[in-house]
Design a protein around this ligand. Structure first.
Ligand SMILES: Nc1ncnc2c1ncn2[C@@H]1O[C@H](COP(=O)(O)OP(=O)(O)OP(=O)(O)O)[C@@H](O)[C@H]1O
Ligand SMILES: [Mg+2]
Length: 284
């Protein structure tokens, strides 16, 4: 780690008061509204400790992506965030671009469902990867080229991918390249919004296992978004369940899978189990 990280404000407690573990991400009463005042996200609160892996699950339209976008300060025009999102001590809600630029790609980076959105179609993969590595680690020349090939190797991409344009590689390879780009920034928090949904089932499992290994190997925190409870629970420590813009349940992933409390979560667990049974029946 370099000394160029944003300063985290000193939150040490007064003497005699036990220290709370500092949250890397502290979302408190986050709401997202349309211009007409309609609330798409209502009072969402959760925290994420350094190195922790949190899964955010819920049906399509429940507000998972809006939560991710609000944390990144990337809400689309016409939507506004209210409440508080503290990322390594920096307030994201209402922040101007300059403050956001300092945080993005350093404290936090993201991979989305469609990897093409993260990749420049007109630039070879190697050059795209070199950008963040140079910025983050100040490498040049041969050292930079070596770092690019290490970054590709980590996501199990052959070296020749460096010379390819995004359209010349497969969907699974593109998602790995997007993951390599996000990791190259060495963020403290990686947000992955349905990173495998666009891939076919066998590649999905591979990419998720890869993601999991890379995150745990770096003590990087992960906010993993998905709609498949069982899949997300497999690679996270805690789960937060969104239903129509509100969090209805949070807890340890294994507890929620074993004993969901909220009826909505129960329905999600049951539909995941039914799907698995059906899958086993069709592909024994
Ligand atoms: N730019 C926008 N303008 C208006 N409404 C929006 C906008 N983006 C999203 N919404 C609405 O906000 C709600 C939550 O959307 P969001 O994209 O967060 O859902 P999601 O949980 O990520 O769903 P999915 O699993 O399909 O990706 C949806 O009802 C959606 O229609
Ligand atoms: Mg989404």
């Amino acid at each position: 780690m370099t000394g160029e990280k944003p300063m985290v404000p000193d939150r040490s407690p007064a003497p005699g008061i036990p220290a709370e573990p500092a949250a890397l991400l502290d979302v408190d009463g986050l709401s997202v509204r349309r211009a007409d005042g309609h609330e798409l996200l209502r009072g969402v609160s959760f925290t994420l400790a350094p190195g922790e892996r949190l899964g955010l699950i819920g049906e399509s339209g429940s507000g998972k992506s809006l939560t991710a976008l609000a944390v990144l300060g990337l809400l689309p025009a016409g939507l506004s965030a209210h409440g508080s999102v503290l990322l390594a001590g920096t307030q994201i809600v209402g922040a101007r671009d300059r403050r956001l630029d300092r945080v993005r790609g350093r404290t936090v980076s993201a991979v989305f469902q469609e990897p093409l959105t993260a990749l420049d179609p007109l630039m070879r993969i190697g050059r795209q990867l070199a950008g963040p590595i140079r910025r983050r680690r100040g490498l040049r020349g041969a050292a930079l080229r070596a770092a690019v090939s290490t970054a590709l190797d980590e996501v199990r991409l052959p070296e020749r991918v460096a010379g390819a344009y995004p359209h010349e590689i497969s969907g699974g390879q593109r998602q790995r390249a997007a993951l390599a780009m996000a990791l190259a920034c060495e963020p403290d928090l990686l947000i992955a919004d349905e990173p495998t949904t666009a891939l076919d089932v066998t590649v999905q499992a591979e990419v998720l296992a890869l993601l999991n290994g890379l995150v745990s190997g770096r003590s990087m925190a992960l906010l993993l978004i998905g709609h498949d409870l069982a899949v997300v629970a497999d690679v996270t420590d805690r789960l937060a369940v969104l239903e129509r813009g509100s969090l209805v349940e949070t807890g340890r992933a294994e507890d929620i899978v074993r004993e969901p409390r909220h009826p909505y979560t129960r329905a999600l667990v049951e539909s995941a189990e039914a799907f698995e049974a059906e899958f086993d029946r069709l592909a024994p």
